[in-house]
Design a protein around this ligand. Structure first.
Ligand SMILES: Cc1cc2nc3c(=O)[nH]c(=O)nc-3n(C[C@H](O)[C@H](O)[C@H](O)COP(=O)(O)OP(=O)(O)OC[C@H]3O[C@@H](n4cnc5c(N)ncnc54)[C@H](O)[C@@H]3O)c2cc1C
Ligand SMILES: NC(=O)c1ccc[n+]([C@@H]2O[C@H](COP(=O)([O-])OP(=O)(O)OC[C@H]3O[C@@H](n4cnc5c(N)ncnc54)[C@H](OP(=O)(O)O)[C@@H]3O)[C@@H](O)[C@H]2O)c1
Length: 408
């Protein structure tokens, strides 16, 4: 019997568990710091995307496999140390994600009212770490910095009316705040051009369908590196540009909210004395070699709330190799590397393996690669010295940890 502990019950961890469970004589414990599984599918995917949320039904089946056991409330690195896990499991597969939002790193970033978009996401998804009163939405102007799919999610959630949110599964406190939101103007800000935006077209189009908001696009900013930018424009960028051009031609309808889509603007400073009051932007342009330069033009937008939607970063776990430059666990095909050499019995999958990009399905292929490496090594792995996870569970109970199972 091969005993494997998977650390993290997001898509990467659970797809890895499913692939391991297909192997006879393998038992898998999936440990998570939270009492409930599914990672960002539960606490990241926007609540108004029920079809994507429903992927948790497929993930649920994995947790229900007799060869797989979910152990919640177990934070590896604090509740339990790596060395303890190595005593009981033949292999550890790390899939603990990289769900910490990056900040802007500009002066004023520390002012109240300036948040990472991930804070807002965690709040509207009801993440246990997000205080109920994190957001009041008393701001009239909001700046969302970054032009990726998370920026689209948070902009849409801010723009929708209470009526548009009626049939969406939301925590009560979130529904109340969204229904009473003072937000009028949402500025979605890209530091490069529309062709470099990271949106996918389906998600971009959806923003234009929000009934509660007019969408305003500065046509001039669309054309700076427009259709003649070269023949090698990726199809998704071309499609995005078509959508943005259609929006630039729209007449405002006097709707309650406005979404201003901006490009070639980067945040320079957040203004405010005791809290955020405005964001100063610097005009940018593409210089030789694809380097982003500044034009010298600046502008200030009124915003009492700023959401930095500029990607995520991974964090190190004690005793586990970590590359601070890339924010991932160094690995070769999923085998953890320390100083370039494979660490026996340690594997990695998902965002903490390859960085914070990719949709849910990307983690299936990724986890598959890691599990193939693990199973190829299985014969040569040194057996864990104690190899009795039940003893570990008793030790955790003794320390006062209430391990959550699922379904419970
Ligand atoms: C806001 C947002 C919205 C998204 N929306 C979509 C979408 O609509 N469609 C789509 O296809 N993709 C979407 N994605 C991308 C998708 O969510 C990711 O590709 C995927 O969740 C990454 O999987 P993961 O398992 O690597 O990490 P995660 O999903 O983050 O799972 C990591 C798990 O590890 C646990 N963990 C962390 N630290 C520890 C520890 N020390 N000990 C134990 N457990 C730990 C966490 O609690 C979590 O359960 C979205 C991403 C974000 C950020
Ligand atoms: N519905 C979905 O399928 C869905 C929903 C949400 C998330 N996701 C996926 O989850 C992953 C993470 O999404 P994400 O939106 O967080 O990240 P992302 O796609 O990497 O986008 C990050 C954005 O932030 C910008 N940025 C980075 N640093 C900046 C700075 N200092 N100042 C200004 N702008 C800055 C980037 O611009 P540059 O390009 O110039 O660096 C980019 O526009 C993606 O793979 C995404 O597709 C999918």
């Amino acid at each position: 019997m091969l005993r494997v502990a998977v650390i993290g019950s997001g898509p990467a961890g659970l797809y890895a568990a499913a692939a391991l469970a297909r192997n006879p004589d393998t038992s898998v414990d999936v440990l998570d710091r939270l009492p409930q599984p599914f990672g960002l599918v539960r606490y990241g995917v926007a609540p108004d995307h029920p079809k994507i949320k429903s992927i948790s039904a497929a993930l649920q089946q994995i947790v229900e496999d007799p060869a797989v056991r979910f152990l919640g409330n177990v934070e590896v690195g604090s509740t339990v140390a790596l060395a303890e896990l190595h005593r009981h499991y033949d292999a550890l597969l790390f899939a603990y994600g990289s769900a910490v939002g990056r900040s802007l790193g500009v002066p004023g970033d520390e002012l109240p009212g300036s948040f990472a978009a991930s804070d807002f996401v965690s709040w509207y998804c009801g993440h246990p770490d997000a205080p109920i009163d994190s957001f009041t939405l008393a701001a009239r102007g909001v700046a969302v910095v970054g032009v990726g799919n998370v920026a689209l999610d948070v902009t849409r959630m801010l723009a929708k009316s209470a009526a548009e949110l009626t049939h969406i599964d939301l925590p009560d406190h979130v529904r109340r705040v969204l229904a009473n939101s003072a937000v009028e103007d949402i500025h979605l800000i890209g530091r490069r051009g529309p062709l470099q935006a990271r949106f996918t077209t389906k998600e971009l189009r959806e923003l234009g369908d929000v009934a509660n908001a007019d969408i305003l696009v500065a046509a001039e900013e669309l054309e700076r590196d427009g259709p003649d930018a070269g023949d090698d424009i990726p199809p998704v960028a071309r499609r995005n540009l078509e959508v943005l051009r259609e929006w630039a031609g729209r007449e405002p309808q006097g709707r309650p909210r406005r979404i201003h889509v901006r490009f070639w603007q980067r945040p320079a400073e957040i203004h405010g004395s005791d809290r955020v009051s405005a964001l100063r932007l610097e005009g940018t342009r593409m210089e030789a070699g694809g380097v982003l330069g500044v034009t010298g033009e600046t502008s200030v937008i009124d915003a009492e709330m700023i959401l930095a939607s500029v990607g995520y970063r991974g964090l190190p776990l004690p005793q586990l190799p970590f590359d601070p430059d890339t924010g991932v666990v160094p690995n070769s095909d999923g085998r953890v590397l320390r100083d370039g050499s494979v660490v026996p019995g340690e594997y990695v999958a998902g965002w903490i393996k390859r960085g914070p990009t990719g949709v849910i399905g990307t983690n299936k292929r990724d986890a598959g690669e890691t599990v193939r490496a693990l199973l190829a090594d299985a014969e040569s792995l040194p057996a864990a010295p104690v190899r009795d996870p039940e003893t570990l569970l008793k030790e955790l109970a003794h320390r006062g940890v209430t391990v959550a199972t699922w379904p419970n």
